[in-house]
Design a binder for this molecule. Structure first.
Ligand SMILES: [Zn+2]
Length: 372
């Protein structure tokens, strides 16, 4: 059914003349007549703008119940057409730009969810985060992207504020929400992110189980302490290129159908909440409420291109000082080379260095006054 027979006829004519599909022809007719706003180009521009704000973005290419979905960090947005413009019953893959299904004169709307899995949180007494919040889609895309980021950041702030610190870390005893403490080892001691690799944990860290807990918590909450992002990045750096496959195999072996997130295959796709205004390094001022390690690394490389070299030089100084303290003039030739951190190891762990710096600044904003 269509509500615009004149337009449908024109699209049919364009499709027949060009040999293109009906939907392709519909898009070209829309553009050439500067007619109604289309969802597909709006989604593309909005996804680009959200990515430019730092979020890792993944596009869902199949329409879902008349909406175009895009995932970013802990959240997702839909570009859809007003409900009243579509069919009474959806079969599943209706496209919001299909004139045979929707009245294309009807306005578009943007809906935001965060976290990606809607979840009633007992500790909050309500659904966590935001559940399909609508944002007017008629402004400039940059303003729309800012609004999308703003509602996600506000949802996190609200959930963090409302979540009681009803648990404590089994190592340092700091207070945390119970749901923000995880068990990195088979000893099942619940710890905070600062203690995830603590030497007092009596059995080795089990990366598969820790990664599983982080993935599930991130999918269901926007209030997770930022420090856990740093733990995840360090796990990915240490796990190397086969980590994602090993996690998938191990999770499947433990009878869960959940798939590990992409970030376990690529450190740069991991993301973290960013420090609030006053605590945020100037290099990250242009980013949104959270950002991928890719965006963070690029911003820091731009602002401080010599940072890694300075880090290495400082490591060398520390080695020299240690040797001097230990051996004085008796230091053996080549000893400093033996103790120096290999350049490849610095490169491999560099994303974790950045993640610990930025995520812990978010976690403990007062640190910003120390770091400067
Ligand atoms: Zn702790």
């Amino acid at each position: 059914m269509t509500r615009d027979h004149r337009r449908k006829k024109a699209i049919r004519a364009a499709a027949a003349a060009s040999g293109r599909t009906y939907l392709d022809a519909a898009n070209s007719v829309n553009m050439s007549t500067a007619g109604p706003m289309l969802a597909e180009p709006l989604r593309a521009k909005l996804a680009d703008a959200v990515e430019a704000a730092g979020w890792p973005v993944e596009i869902e290419h199949n329409p879902l119940m008349g909406a175009l979905r895009t995932y970013f960090g802990p959240a997702m947005f839909d570009v859809a057409r007003d409900d009243s413009a579509g069919p009474d019953v959806f079969t599943g893959d209706e496209h919001p730009d299909d004139p045979a299904v929707f009245d294309l004169q009807a306005p578009l709307r943007v809906l935001v969810w965060a976290p990606q899995i809607a979840n009633f949180a007992d500790e909050l007494g309500r659904v966590a985060g935001i559940d399909g919040q609508e944002i007017p889609a008629d402004g400039p895309v940059a303003a729309l992207a800012s609004a999308v980021d703003r509602v996600v950041g506000a949802a996190r702030h609200r959930d963090v504020t409302d979540t009681p610190n009803n648990g404590s870390c089994g190592i340092c005893a700091d207070r945390y929400p119970e749901a923000a403490l995880f068990t990195p080892t088979q000893a099942h001691i619940r710890v905070c992110p600062c203690c995830a690799f603590d030497g007092d944990l009596v059995r080795a860290v089990d990366p598969s189980h820790l990664a599983y807990q982080l993935d599930r918590a991130e999918a269901e909450s926007v209030a997770l302490p930022a420090g856990w992002a740093a733990v995840g990045v360090l796990l990915t750096c240490l796990g190397g290129p086969t980590l994602h496959r090993r996690l998938a195999d191990d999770w499947r072996a433990h009878h869960t159908l959940y798939e590990p997130a992409e970030k376990w295959a690529d450190t740069l796709r991991a993301w973290t909440w960013l420090p609030p205004g006053p605590a945020r390094p100037a290099a990250l001022a242009h980013l949104g409420s959270g950002a991928s390690m890719s965006a963070i690394a690029a911003a820091i490389d731009r602002a401080h291109p010599d940072l890694r070299e300075r880090f290495r030089a400082r490591e060398d100084d520390i080695v020299a000082e240690c040797l001097d303290d230990e051996y004085g003039d008796d230091v053996r030739p080549g000893e400093d080379d033996r103790m120096r951190v290999p350049a490849q190891l610095v490169d491999r762990l560099w994303p974790a260095v950045l993640a610990y710096t930025i995520a812990m600044l978010t976690h403990f904003p007062d640190l910003g006054q120390v770091v400067g």
